[in-house]
Write a protein that binds this ligand. Sequence first.
Ligand SMILES: Nc1ncnc2c1ncn2[C@@H]1O[C@H](COP(=O)(O)OP(=O)(O)O)[C@@H](O)[C@H]1O
Ligand SMILES: O=P(O)(O)OC[C@H](O)CO
Length: 492
Amino acid sequence: MPRTHILALDQGTTSSRAVVFDHEGHPVAVGQREFPQQYPRPGWVEHDPLAIWASQWSTAVEALGKADLVAEDVAAIGITNQRETTLVWERDSGRPVYPAIVWQDRRTADDCARLKADSVESLFTAKTGLRLDPYFSGTKLRWILDNVEGARAKAEAGKLMFGTVDSWLLWRLTGRTVHATDATNASRTLLYNIHRGDWDDELLGILGIPRSMLPEVKDSSGVFGESMEGIPIGGIAGDQHAALFGQGCFSPGMAKNTYGTGCFMLMHTGDEAVTSRNNLLTTVAWQIGGKREYALEGSVFIGGALIQWLRDELQLVRSAEECNQLAASVPDSGGMYLVPAFAGLGAPYWDPYARGAAFGMSRGTNRAHFCRAALEAIAYQSAELAECMVRDSGIDLKDLRVDGGAVRSDLLMQFQADLLGVDVVRPKDIESTAAGAAFLAGLAIGFWKDRDEIQRCREVERVFSPQRPGSEMVPLLAGWRKAVERSGAWES
Ligand SMILES: Nc1ncnc2c1ncn2[C@@H]1O[C@H](COP(=O)(O)OP(=O)(O)O)[C@@H](O)[C@H]1O
Ligand SMILES: O=P(O)(O)OC[C@H](O)CO
């Protein structure tokens, strides 16, 4: 019997998902399970590695069950994951030595500040494309080695393994035999030289990380090993890179933006690792056949989460849909701007001391204006990322491909197109991340022939074309910048 489907495992920050895809690239069944978030101290965020594994495994069983398939129907598994989250476990027993330290965790802020004071940031940036920020894995891994009793000695004796979430899942799926990762996940660690394509001994030396605990870095599309059920694991990529692939952004200048809790915009820059002059990150788009392609990335920490804040904290609306209805009931925000710098600002400002603020309110400002200003804030933040990308790459954006939960908002999508002055393209299947992982895995085993065949699997649901002249948008953007400036450097 031919194997007819690909199983994508999408291990996200708040939930694990499994999606079964058919040969046309259609998602035929989904399993999803949330798992607990642990906040042991302010600014700390942890996950239980075993809960990650258990939830991911059960969603795979659920999705296959819903699709009425068994393991023998699955041609390959693709893994995609929340990135940067750091795990360390014992080589022999498989026991994690500490909970997973999640990408949002800020505990290593002082460590990063000390490294900056030692003037090594430019070295890290030149080699890794990243900044010295607690966001990335390197200082989290050092924290575990320095703070978990006995960890450093065990690591130096070769008894511990480090991995991002993909490595952890791969190691478990393969019956604890394969310790590997792909180049996209490696490129988020602060330890990987994105130009040479290898762990960097100089950076490992600065952070005091023994090389023996690092996974082998492989292609994003290629067979990593077999699951215990005999299914090849054919692809691995960090979730934003998988979404770029799933959106078919295969050539320089093509870009996608994922509107989830935060917003993550990536632009493919081809074989060239473009160094940003506008505070974006340089990252590996994917590595296939030993060849790395690169992307520029901008991350906005609060995107759709702003709508959740209106709903849960302010209780202005009961649902995201109601937020959209209210926003659409007014012609504009009435001059109001909402800057969601709840956790500081990400790219291009990187201001950890900015805080949330509302500006431009008058006696007539009502909750509809709040809703509209919130949706517009998501678009303003994304528009600024796009502008930086165009300046860095020297390539004009042709269109913007979008995915993630908040793209359901037509108002947001239209405002985004008006701000950018290019089409915003919403696909039928907004699960681009899982699709990307499935495509990478399917390519590796010949389930799909090439990228052209994958491109044909993409179906557009709606294109939002700019409707307002640029001259109308320029003063609005200027107002946004003024608001951001005034919310900056609030905490000290
Ligand atoms: N109709 C909508 N309008 C605006 N935002 C929405 C809408 N529906 C969902 N969202 C937002 O989308 C986000 C969830 O998207 P999702 O891609 O599932 O996020 P993540 O993968 O980061 O958990 C939430 O922050 C939610 O507020
Ligand atoms: O799990 P998500 O979708 O919130 O994505 C998290 C990103 O990979 C963090 O860099």
